[in-house]
Design a protein around this ligand. Structure first.
Ligand code: ZN
Length: 185
């Protein structure tokens, strides 16, 4: 990380990069929010929890390699090796079947770097909020419940680095489960 660069300027540069990369993409939820709202939310969660600058930058960029035309080399050139490596840690191998990728997220989480664990927790917090508040129209109750449970198993392997994030995940997880339980009654 180049500490001579102004942190706010770097965050805005990463925000613009993500907004351009994700232009035209929307979240799966009924609200059809711009996709970039998700990565800004992830970065905001990290910043508020006191996560390091490179994690905040990687939060903004975490879905660019997986879901846009941007490449690892683009990220190295624009933001340096450290941020690009963190994004790589947060990127699933899309060549693998979905169920394998989901299982790997659970088994690989404990082996990730401290910054990658914080990024993964913030990502899951944002996704659980979306599942509770604006779920995809095609997702039934069972699928949403299964997703929340899986996110909890991934999060278990990411805890122990940042107590503020651990607590926020716990709170978000409980709220999502409570909402699903209430809907089932
Ligand atoms: Zn994400």
């Amino acid at each position: 990380m180049d500490h001579h660069k102004d942190p706010a300027a770097e965050i805005l540069r990463a925000t613009l990069f993500a907004a351009r990369a994700h232009a035209g993409q929307v979240r799966k939820g009924a609200a059809a929010e711009p996709y970039v709202n998700h990565v800004i939310e992830v970065a905001a969660i990290l910043a508020e929890a006191g996560a390091p600058q490179e994690a905040i930058l990687a939060g903004l960029l975490h879905d660019t390699v997986e879901d846009t035309e941007a490449t690892h080399a683009d990220l190295v050139a624009a933001f340096g090796e450290e941020v690009a490596a963190l994004v790589a840690e947060a990127t699933d191998d899309k060549a693998l079947p979905k169920e394998t990728r989901k299982a790997l997220q659970v088994s690989l989480a404990p082996k990730k770097s401290a910054a990658a664990k914080q990024l993964k927790l913030a990502d899951k917090i944002s996704n659980l909020r979306a599942i509770a508040d604006s779920p995809p129209a095609s997702w039934n109750h069972a699928r949403r419940t299964e997703y929340v449970g899986w996110a909890g198993r991934v999060a278990d392997g990411c805890k122990g680095v940042n107590p503020a994030l651990d607590a926020l995940f716990e709170e978000t997880y409980r709220a999502a489960m409570a909402k699903l339980a209430a809907e089932a009654r």
